[in-house]
Design a protein around this ligand. Structure first.
Ligand code: BES
Ligand code: ZN
Ligand code: ZN
Length: 484
């Protein structure tokens, strides 16, 4: 559940506050007693960064902003400190409080609030005593005072809602989020945000000859789905749409190349790319960003059912290329290929795929960066890289040399779906490049979609990683007047 946020223009003396200060000076409106003020001053002299004054009827938390040279580090530090502040608030059972700033960074309130709300997320609906029953410790109302306007809040609220959605989707197990339910959830979430959403079922998928999706789905008992989301404002900055394509494998057993025991643990997260795509589109629609944007999400599970594809099978893709399936566990690229082919029908200016595609990406960067690659050109990559620094969902760029593409050539078909042990994240990206003629970027979120322990404002489980990156990137495309 998301807390309610509003802007206030006055702080009353009995309000609990979190105040971010940029110097050792304290604002008057904190209404602290003289002994409390001298306590805070002593702490500040000792270089304490988080000072808590409990005046019984109210709590005052003072955060001294660090003089980090780099604005990105300063912002990330505030997001992380917000999690500590939230814990104190919870401990003191304050359900309402105000975040304010004094002589601090212009965006201090906004990034602090961002970290706080992202940090209090919990997925407890399957517990007997869920968070919803325990509202007394949840921050129900957050007021903001100072350097923040309505537009900032609208953006933040949209981002929070979308990140929460993406996390929820990843955390839901297959028993509660099969293909049909995932497609429905995307539909509901997208429509509520103001998007046009359409879900294709098996018949339509067959008529469109989405051979990769049909092949992967053959081992499943549930039919496949394909979600299309669209945001089209009246006079968008782009005449050709930007298309986001997300992998929606609701569970990846590996298929006939069944994954070994512990590799199966987190595979309910294999639809994270699809969740990110739906979440980003919803955030853009909610904030009415002036860009024409389309989301494509192929959905299925990957199972070793009786009719499942087997190694050696050959699939004829709709763009005329044939693929030899040498490993049924490399399924994501097969279903994404269909979506990429479909994307080209819109004559897009840019296509970005988002997927938990390879263990190789996770091995390379752990959970600290999204593996990024493509042929869309340096200007676009620069904006993406910058957006990543801004929200601390950083990308690590990988080379995209044509030689890596050679590794995907099959002896008996045009392509094979695995490229060998080496450079696995890149060869997967190269495979995908065969299925679109549009400028293309591929983001492999296998390392970042799900965390095995809480890290600051990222919870254990689904993180929603990629939502803030792509939403920030698209916002920059619009605000920076970039040519697409
Ligand atoms: N869904 C997995 C990739 C993955 C691994 C996601 C770890 C999240 C965490 C993907 O479908 C897969 O199985 N990839 C194989 C490809 C290989 C067979 C070429 C892999 O990375 O091992
Ligand atoms: Zn797989
Ligand atoms: Zn997979």
């Amino acid at each position: 559940m998301l807390p309610h946020i509003d802007i206030i223009n006055q702080i009353l003396p009995d309000q609990s506050v979190i105040c971010i200060i940029g110097s050792d000076e304290l604002p008057e409106w904190l209404s602290l007693s003289s002994s409390e003020i001298s306590y805070v001053k002593r702490c500040l002299a000792d270089k304490e960064e988080l000072i808590c004054v409990n005046s019984y009827f109210k709590l005052s938390i003072i955060i001294r902003e660090k003089d980090e040279a780099n604005v990105y580090t300063r912002h990330e530090k505030l997001r992380r400190t917000a999690v500590l502040a939230a814990e104190l608030i919870k401990k003191h059972k304050k359900t309402a409080f105000t975040i304010c700033s004094y002589q601090s960074d212009k965006n201090a309130i906004s990034v602090f609030a961002e970290g706080l709300v992202l940090g209090v997320y919990s997925f407890s609906k399957y517990k007997e005593k869920s968070m919803e029953d325990d509202l007394s410790i949840y921050p129900q109302n957050i007021s903001l005072y100072g350097d923040i306007d309505k537009k900032d809040i609208e953006w933040l609220s949209a981002i929070w809602g979308s990140v929460y959605f993406a996390r929820d989707m990843v955390n839901e197990p297959l028993s509660h989020l099969n293909t049909e339910i995932f497609a429905e959830k995307i539909f509901e979430f997208g429509e509520a945000a103001g998007l046009k959403v359409e879900n294709y079922g098996k018949k339509k998928i067959e008529s469109l000859k989405m051979s990769g999706l049909i092949a992967v789905n053959k081992g499943s008992v549930d039919p496949p789905a394909f979600s299309i989301l669209e945001w089209k404002p009246e006079n968008p900055i782009n005449s050709k749409p930007v298309i986001l394509v997300g992998k929606g494998v609701v569970f990846d057993t590996g298929g006939i190349n069944l994954k070994p025991g512990s590799s199966l643990d987190d595979m309910k997260s294999d639809m994270a790319g699809g969740a990110v795509v739906a979440a980003v589109l919803a955030a853009i629609a909610r904030t009415k960003l002036n860009i024409h944007l389309i989301g494509l999400i192929p959905i299925t599970d990957n199972r070793p059912g009786l009719n499942a594809i087997v190694p050696g099978d050959i699939i004829s893709m709709e763009n005329g290329k044939t693929v030899e399936v040498l490993n049924t566990d490399a399924e994501g690229r097969l279903i994404l290929a269909d979506a990429l082919i479909y994307a080209d029908n819109y004559d897009p200016s840019l296509v970005i795929s988002v997927a938990t595609l390879t263990g190789s990406a996770e091995n390379a960067f752990g959970n600290q960066a999204i593996a990024a690659m493509g042929n869309a050109g340096d200007d676009i990559f620069r904006i993406l890289r910058e957006a990543g620094y801004e929200v601390h969902e950083r990308i690590a760029e990988m080379p995209f040399f044509s030689e890596y593409g050679e590794m995907m050539k099959s002896d008996i078909a045009d392509l094979k779906n695995i490229g060998g042990k080496k450079a696995g994240a890149i060869t997967a990206g190269k495979f995908l490049e065969n299925f679109t003629i549009s400028p293309f970027i591929h983001l492999d979120i296998a390392g970042t979609a799900m965390f095995d322990k809480k890290e600051f404002y990222h919870p254990k489980g689904g993180t929603g990683y990629g939502v803030r990156l792509l939403a920030g990137f698209l916002k920059q495309l619009v605000n920076g007047n970039n040519k697409l």
